[in-house]
Each structure stands twice: as C-alpha cells, then as structure tokens.
Design a protein around this ligand. Structure first.
Ligand code: CA
Length: 438
C-alpha cells in the first residue's frame, strides 16, 4: 500500500472539472465503471471517471498511445469486461493506473487524442461494474450491532461470538442493482410481538443500511485458505452499498438460519469502483473499543492492525416525494466514519471467508455490514435513527419518518479527506422506493 506520484495532491488534469475542489473524481482517484451512452444500444465498455467526464476506454484504446503491455490490459476493458483486470491483481492495476494518470495529467502529449474519448457523465448510463458473483454480507459495524442487539436483547446486546467471529451470511447477488434503479417495497410475512399468527403484506418497516462493498480481485483455489498477510492482494476495490432491509419481515424469519427475504428484494451498489491503490493515502488503524479481546492469530497481522481500515466518511441523504415536488433538495440525515465503525477490516473478512478453504472469485462481493458510529446522528439505518420506530425523525418541510415511505429517494455518498492528500469521493449510491406489488 504505497503512496506514489499518482497520489501527488498537486497533480492537475487537462480535464478542467477534475481540478475542482469538490469533485469526487480528481486525477488522484481514477475509479472504474461500466457504461455506455444513455439511450444508445452501444456495447458496454469500461470507463474511468475524471471530473464530470468519463474516459471511455473503448475509444481510448483506439485513439491513445499505449505500450503492448498496456494495450493487452485495455483490450478486455474496451469490451466492457472488468474481471480480467480484477483477476490480474495489483501488478496489473498499478502500471495501468500510472499510465492513465500520465495520460490525463496537465501537459500530457495524449491530450488531443484522448479529449475525443471523453463522455460527459451526465450523458452516460452506468450499470453494474461487473457481473457480481457470490455475495456475502458481514456485520462489522459494532455500534450498529450493539444498538440493534439492545432492541432485541436489552440485557445481552452483543452475542459472545461477536468478539471472535466476523459474523456474516451468504446473500443473493441476482438482486444487486446499480445506483439509480428503483427498489420495490417487498411483500412478506411479519408477526407483531403480541400477534398470535403472522400476516402477509407489504413491509411497513422498510429500511436502508449504509455499507461498503468490497469487490474481490484475484481468487483462491478451493481448499486453499488466504493468509491474512495476503488478503488485501485479493481485494480489487471499494464501492458504496445499500442493503435495503425489511425490519418487520427480518425478526420473524431470521432465527435460526439468518436473514432471508428481508434482505433479498434489492441491494444497491454505487457504479464506480475506487481501487485499493486510490485509497492508499487514506488507510487507518483498526479501531476497537477498549476491553475487546485480540483476534485469533489467523485474523491478525501487525500491518492489518496498523493500516487495515479505510478512512472513509459516509453520508446518508433523503429526499421524499413531497420534497421532490416542492423542488426541495435532499437532506443529509446521518454521517459516520468507516474507520470508526468497523470492528473487522476487509482483509480480516477475506481471510475469515477463506479460512476453511472456501474459494473466492473475481467479482465476488463482500458487504461490510452497517457502518454506524457511536452517536445517534451517526446511525447507518432508520431502525437506529428512529430508535426502533419509536421516535420519528423530522425533515425540514415538516414531514416525519420512522421508516421509508413510497417515493422516498435514499442516497449514500462518501469521501476520503486527509491533510497532505487530494480529497477523493465515491459518487452516489441511490434508489427510490416504489409501492409494493398489490
Ligand atoms: Ca447488511
């Protein structure tokens, strides 16, 4: 995890919008996404976000000057395939990042050729960055786990295994959708605490969860664990991730085998994958509340303890249908810090997932779990913000929410900011709630 010339905060791009202070996509970021011109039936291609533009790698392969090695890396990207780059690992990502940084920086001899390869992001349709393989959702947010545990088990909020096991469950990848897709409110079974039998109908406690998505790069062979020291070599990059959840379906169904239909009706991922290299200036120590035991040796390395977390600031924004009609902008309802929230690092999730020999594959996705901070306004879900539905949050136009209503648009944003580094961001992870199927 080295900081190099591509992270120099003084670097500027010939793409003017990439030099604006508040852009998510300065030349120090260079995230990958899969796209085409909106409204076209063009083939998908991989692009790199730069300011408010995208460098279309299909066009850039044809128009730019690239070595044979770089052209070989660009060819699958030009065809819209990210997985070959994911599978190739850091040894392929680093030279490609250096070449893209060179080509896009102010004064580059490639400027004239590549200027014709830019597409405005506003004119692009972005899809999933790759076909998501297996999806696993973890539960690394200790403040979330404690707050939610208190609602269900006031005397015993954190179960004893939480200190030792990165808790997770195997999820459903078919219902992961890119930002901008609507999410339909699910129907399902729910049973109130005093009811004698469950009822079937639309979820009345629809919620979101603020998470990071960790996309796997190189895989491991079945039967071959991944040692913690090598775990980050299997991580391609990071996205935002909203694990929409039905809080009335969940408590009735989750025992004894874990969440099922309360989580599988839709999950939103941000389309731009911020690579591990882009995050190099923003690494942080693993922060654990005092008094917690050290992890078992297979989940520990000094490097992971010192640098295993990501210093990412998370934000949740809500715009109701009424706000949209009034022309009112979305309002920020919570903020939190990924480094403060997480009890386990991405490397520990990877090492744990593979410790019994399970094979991870390029394009697999690991969700971090809800990343709430310790304070009420740092909650990563409505369940926490509304204290289990008991205390409505009040919006600037006078509306109140305990859970999400039809027409609500929920948007996650995130950024990394640190002295001596250029601020980078993740773009948006957004979805609007549609009414249930009647
Ligand atoms: Ca989750």
């Amino acid at each position: 995890m080295t900081v190099d010339g591509t992270h120099d905060p003084a670097l500027r791009s010939w793409v003017v919008s990439a030099n604006e202070a508040d852009t998510d996509f300065p030349i120090q970021n260079l995230p990958f996404g899969r796209l085409r011109r909106a409204g076209s039936s063009d083939a998908w291609r991989i692009g790199v976000a730069i300011g408010d533009q995208v460098l279309d790698l299909h066009a850039a392969l044809a128009q730019g000057q690239w070595s044979a090695e770089l052209a070989a890396l660009l060819q699958p990207l030009a065809r819209g395939e990210l997985k070959s780059l994911m599978a190739a690992g850091a040894s392929a990502r680093r030279p490609l990042r250096a070449a893209l940084s060179d080509a896009l920086r102010a004064g580059s001899s490639q400027r004239d050729a590549l200027a014709a390869c830019l597409l405005p992001q506003a004119q692009c349709e972005l899809t999933l960055p790759c076909a998501i393989g297996d999806y696993t959702d973890f539960y690394t947010g200790i403040h979330h786990a404690t707050a939610v545990g208190k609602m269900f088990r006031p005397d015993n909020p954190l179960l004893p295994n939480y200190d030792w096991v990165p808790i997770g469950y195997h999820g459903r990848s078919s219902s992961i959708v890119p930002s901008g897709n609507a999410i339909r409110r699910p129907n399902g079974q729910a049973k109130g605490p005093s009811a004698s039998a469950p009822v079937f109908g639309p979820s009345e406690r629809l919620d979101y969860e603020v998470e990071l998505g960790f996309l796997i790069g190189p895989g491991n062979e079945l039967g071959t664990p991944i040692p913690i020291a090598q775990a980050e070599g299997h991580l391609f990059g990071v996205t935002l991730f909203n694990d929409w959840s039905a809080r009335d379906i969940q408590p009735w169904e989750y025992q004894p085998l874990g969440p099922f239909l309360s989580k599988n009706f839709g999950t939103t991922i941000s389309p731009w994958v911020v690579t591990l290299e882009a995050l190099a200036p923003f690494r942080a120590p693993l922060q654990r509340p005092a008094g917690r035991p050290d992890p078992l040796p297979y989940l520990h390395s000094e490097n992971n303890r010192a640098h295993g977390a990501f210093d990412i600031q998370l934000e949740t924004w809500l715009q109701t249908a009424a706000m949209r009609e009034e022309g009112a902008a979305a309002v920020r309802i919570a903020t939190s810090s990924a480094a403060e929230a997480g009890f386990w690092t991405a490397a520990q999730l990877i090492a744990h997932h593979a410790c019994g020999g399970c094979n991870l594959q390029p394009g697999d996705l690991l969700g971090s779990g809800t990343l709430s901070g310790p304070a009420p306004e740092q909650a990563g879900s409505m369940l926490e913000l509304s204290a289990g539905g008991k205390k409505a949050i009040r919006l600037p136009n006078g509306e109140e929410r305990t859970f999400l209503r039809d027409g609500d648009t929920l948007t996650l944003r995130a950024y990394c900011e640190r002295a001596g580094a250029r601020r980078i961001g993740f773009g948006e992870c957004s979805g609007t709630v549609l009414p249930a199927v009647s």
